[in-house]
Design a protein around this ligand. Structure first.
Ligand code: PRP
Ligand code: URA
Length: 207
């Protein structure tokens, strides 16, 4: 699918398979999700713009690069929290915004219960983090909020995406880069991804 990068790295796929396994318990699930998030971040940030700079090594001047824009990470609560810490270890000076969204069980509509984003996102690289892209309702609601704050450079990092969710995001955001470890088959009649991972928030926090 255009604009969707499926990260096929063997370590990512190995961890994803262990996350899918229903026998994986919350403690192990949290560790694996953190690990996979770091691995995925390399690919998801590959196209970050850089500016040339020079530094002085102990021996001579050297040409190098620094990131052109500061980074804002935006996990969607709750499940996005499972990917946040390990990404922050890789980009420790990133700012963090939070979006709380909960899907209503029957309508599958995502309702906001928390919004806290840095103001004026236009000068930042924004990474929206949510393990599951199912109907796409949560992602589009979060992306709309991020766009309202002026963000221009936004990318979405998921762990598993359903074709339905990708289509929904694409309709509103045709050019948004999406990174995922897998595009699964479809949604079931309760809006869960098949085969998916089950309810990621519950599996992370043992609810
Ligand atoms: C899950 C998941 C996504 C959303 C995806 O969150 O973490 O945010 O569902 O579904 P969608 O694409 O159909 O909107 P949920 O609302 O279950 O909240 P939780 O993370 O607190 O469990
Ligand atoms: N949220 C989840 O946690 N899992 C799904 O399969 C869909 C939405």
């Amino acid at each position: 699918m255009k604009g969707v990068t499926v990260i096929a790295h063997p370590l990512v796929q190995h961890n994803l398979t262990r996350l899918r396994d229903k026998r994986t318990q919350p403690q192990e699930f949290r560790r694996l999700l953190g690990e996979i998030a770091s691995l995925m971040l390399y690919e998801a940030t590959r196209s970050f713009a850089t500016s040339p700079i020079s530094v002085q090594t102990p021996l001579a001047p050297a040409r190098g690069f620094r990131l052109k824009r500061e980074v804002v990470l935006v996990p969607v609560l709750r499940a996005g929290l499972g990917m946040l810490d390990s990404i922050l270890q890789l980009i420790p000076n990133a700012r963090v915004g939070f979006i709380g969204l909960k899907r209503e069980e029957t309508t599958l509509r995502a309702q906001f219960y928390h919004k806290s984003l840095p103001k004026n996102l236009s000068r930042f690289e924004v990474i929206l983090i949510d393990p599951m892209l199912a109907t796409g309702g949560s992602a589009v609601a979060a992306l709309d909020l991020i766009a309202e704050q002026g963000a221009k450079q936004v990318r979405l990092v998921n762990l598993v995406a359903a074709p339905e969710g990708i289509r929904r995001v694409r309709k509103s955001y045709p050019k948004l880069p999406i990174f995922t470890a897998a595009i699964d088959r479809r949604l079931n009649n309760k809006g869960y991804i098949l085969p998916g991972l089950g309810d990621v928030g519950d599996r992370l926090f043992g609810t």
